[in-house]
Design a protein around this ligand. Sequence first.
Ligand code: GDP
Ligand code: MG
Length: 463
Amino acid sequence: LADLGSRLRTALGSVDSGSQDELQSIIKEICTALLESDVNIKLVAKLRDNIKAKLSKNINDDESLTNKKKKLQKIVYDELCSLVDSNEEPPKPKKLNHSSTTKRKNGKKIVSKESSHVIMFVGLQGAGKTTSCTKLAVYYKKRGYKIGLVCADTFRAGAFDQLKQNALKSSIPYYGSYLETDPVKIAYEGVSKFKQDKFDIIIVDTSGKHKQEQALFDEMIQIGNMIQPNQTIMVLDGSIGQAAELQAKAFKESANFGSIILTKMDGHVKGGGAISAVAATNTPIVFIGTGEHVGDLEIFKPTSFISKLLGIGDIQSLIEHVQGLNLQDDEGHKKTIENIKEGKFTLRDFQTQMNNFMKMGPLTNIASMIPGMSNIMSQVGEEETSSKIKNMIYIMDSMTSKELDSDGYIFTEQPERIVRVARGSGCSVVEVEMVLQQQRMMSTMAVNTKNMAGAGGLPGGPG
Ligand code: GDP
Ligand code: MG
């Protein structure tokens, strides 16, 4: 979606006179960009009408250029958000009470009614089901859930081996069989076994192919009837363009899935087809797959997704991401979160974050949440980025406490400090300036996010 993003950003940035004609041609360019990314034509038409209506209602001719720009951006942002937002909430799995399986009430023993959260995966072969199963399992495992994987794909040779390898690599319990050919039976046995063992979540991977399409749908229905999933997730290949919509509709009829995982959103996918599929089936995207590795899974939030697309940056996701890292005991970390919420972001906060980033795995994911950072990332690979980030850490390690706790302007006032830090860290003056620039951007964002949250502006801001 990088192309779409850059076209949208260019269009939105090109407000020059703010005249009616100009605004109309910007809207036209936005719509063309969406269409060329495979977003359904009806959706684009609706979006265009909505934007036009809001513009004529909200923008006066005699308004300042800056105001016009801001309003246009906000209107486009809101409309894009509602395009990818189904307004449906996916179910949240609960953790079971592992310490006691029975409770006492009035002296009588009652068996706990708690039951595992069963998730069934559906989708065509090659969509990324098996890969996404493991990604999701690892995601929940990291958050303290007891989770197991069941392979109910008996159609594809090697399906069980693939799931088993993935599961072993990530130390996730798994269930499957080389001999049994009835997927319904395996699914049932696997789910029963994990339920007995009080697993919080059980993920069932299914086949995505049959000799006959109808046979595939029948099989899904049978498995569904047998295991009664709490949640059915359709895995949809984000790179298949317009075809995604038909595919999603067909699956929706047989397996009434309640959530979608969009895969292969890395690389140069257009993604619009998949977005249309979401709108057509009114189903929330819960995660997007952004690579072949087990960590390449991102929570999908309409507002974050669109913020990133438009290059606004995404402080809220950053906060949540960092909050999810079990760093609660880390004082520096707590302080940073407080600061961001207050609209502050010091160099020390930046240092804390950078140190945490190094612990956090795939940097690309995190970097995309920071404005300006995604540009650095897109130009170079993971390895080079990680050495860049290490340099940034060395630079901040060479700062004094006073400097770290400042908002960074101390360096503007006394530029000789920059030279000292460069020397101390073994980095160049330019690199030090880059760090300062980056921190200033974050700090501005923190302020903006706070102001907007307060003014009921952009949704998704902390407040
Ligand atoms: P299944 O047939 O639906 O189970 O699909 P698989 O999980 O076997 O995945 C098919 C191929 O897609 C494999 O080569 C995966 O590595 C690849 N794949 C899955 N998800 C992603 C993703 O998010 N990004 C990329 N680049 N590749 C993916
Ligand atoms: Mg598979």
